[in-house]
Design a protein around this ligand. Structure first.
Ligand SMILES: [Zn+2]
Length: 432
């Protein structure tokens, strides 16, 4: 039988014991017939909220009551704070450095406890002697590490996994003021809006070419655990209608998007070298040059954006010029294969050097107003065999078809997704 000292018990235990002692006192006061006893014994007036010391001899409590306390285990959750580690949390929980050591020795799993992140929490079960019985650490929405004490005081651990259920959801919208606003209105998350612009970024210039009336249709995954929504998953199919032209993207199991007939959406050039979310508005198509005060032929496209906005390489290539002059300001020219050149002018700062190899999407400089530019903007030129072309409309090299080995599997996914997409559209149409 464990010795019980009230002084060393945690508070809730003291209250439990006091309550139990109260019940015992009542039993002692009214030993036989409660009704007659009530009549004959003066009832003490008890003040609510006040604590009364009860003369209870704990050594004489029946054995059964004692053993209930013997194994009393407290479960408590400890939030991981900034700068925390296992030792600090164990210290807060009143555990010894020896216990920290024993827990950190658990094979395979203990390493997870070395990377506790602020905001996470540890569940600790500590018995009434202040000894750690078990530890639980949910390190992902689906996985929890459980450590339990063995007879020899060592700990062993295992992982408990929860099943993630994936459901499909659908959203659609129409652009009126901006794509961003239309996406928010359609209940898409900011990440989903950006993903959508990324998926179609090789076909559509989201910065300058969207028009009121453009529309989009998106099917995406949602993850649930125990019936509870956890997070959005991938977009699995999407359609974008830009100025009357429909673009469709179907996600394959390789994580890439393809047209329904199996051509990659990924192409050698992005339609726009700046992310649409930075673009304030279209430039005046009259192409009035603010510095030279006269109309002049304009060989490129101007993207007006705040100074410092990152500009990316439209395609893989090699920097053939990176420098400064009084017309271009800081500029970068990139050669792509044998036939294509792209030019980027007026950077506040270039991010690449002459001769550097660059990847599509890599930041090559930042929007500025150096050289002949009044306001910060990117002047972008696209040349095919040395001739200026409109990067929004120029015919670009055909995209790669999906791998032959994957073609059949993709065809069946593609057909299924298109059916689902069209069904969703029909339902929405019927609802409106
Ligand atoms: Zn320009």
């Amino acid at each position: 039988m464990a010795k019980i000292s009230l002084k060393h018990l945690p508070k809730p235990h003291k209250w439990t014991i006091s309550a139990l002692a109260g019940v015992l006192l009542v039993l002692i006061l009214f030993p036989s017939d409660p009704v007659s006893a009530y009549k004959n014994t003066p009832v003490p007036t008890l003040e609510i909220g006040k604590r009364y010391d009860l003369a209870v001899d704990f050594n004489n409590l029946p054995e059964a009551e004692i053993s209930a306390f013997d194994n009393a285990i407290e479960r408590k959750t400890y939030k991981v704070k900034k700068g925390d580690n296992l030792a600090k949390i164990f210290n807060r929980a009143g555990l010894t450095p020896q216990e920290t050591y024993r827990v950190s020795k658990v094979e395979d799993h203990a390493s997870k406890l070395l990377s506790l992140m602020p905001g996470e929490s540890l569940g600790l079960e500590i018995d009434d002697e202040g000894k750690l019985k078990s530890l639980s650490y949910m390190y992902s929405p689906t996985e929890t590490l459980l450590l339990e004490i063995n007879a020899d005081n060592s700990f062993s651990g295992h992982i408990e996994s929860k099943q993630v259920e994936t459901r499909l959801n659908y959203a659609q919208g129409e652009v009126s003021s901006s794509f961003w606003n239309a996406g928010i209105k359609a209940n898409l998350s900011e990440n989903q809006i950006m993903s959508l612009a990324g998926i179609f970024g090789w076909d559509i210039d989201f910065a300058l070419e969207l028009r009121a009336g453009d529309s989009f249709y998106v099917m995406y995954e949602e993850h649930f655990i125990d019936g509870e929504y956890i997070e959005n998953g991938d977009i699995v199919a999407a359609q974008f209608v830009n100025q009357g032209e429909t673009y469709t993207a179907i996600r394959h199991s390789d994580g890439n998007f393809y047209t329904p007939d199996g051509r990659s959406l990924r192409k050698s050039f992005l339609r726009a070298p700046v992310n649409f979310k930075y673009i304030s508005s279209n430039f005046n198509p009259n192409r009035f040059h603010p510095i030279q005060k006269r109309y002049k032929p304009h060989n490129g496209i101007d993207y007006r954006a705040a100074k410092g906005t990152p500009v990316v390489a439209a395609g893989d290539g090699k920097v053939i010029e990176a420098g400064y002059n009084r017309f271009n300001g800081n500029y970068v020219f990139i050669q792509h294969g044998e036939n294509y050149t792209t030019k980027y002018l007026h950077f506040s700062k270039s991010a690449v050097k002459n001769g550097a190899k660059v990847k599509q999407g890599q930041v090559i400089g930042y929007v500025g107003a150096t050289g002949m530019a009044e306001a910060p903007h990117l002047h972008y030129e696209f040349l095919v065999d040395g001739v200026h072309r409109n990067p929004r409309t120029v015919a670009l090299p055909k995209a790669q078809p999906i791998d032959k080995a994957e073609a059949k599997a993709f065809a069946s996914i593609s057909a299924q997704r298109l059916t689902q997409l069209n069904n969703n559209k029909r339902i929405m149409l019927a609802m409106n």
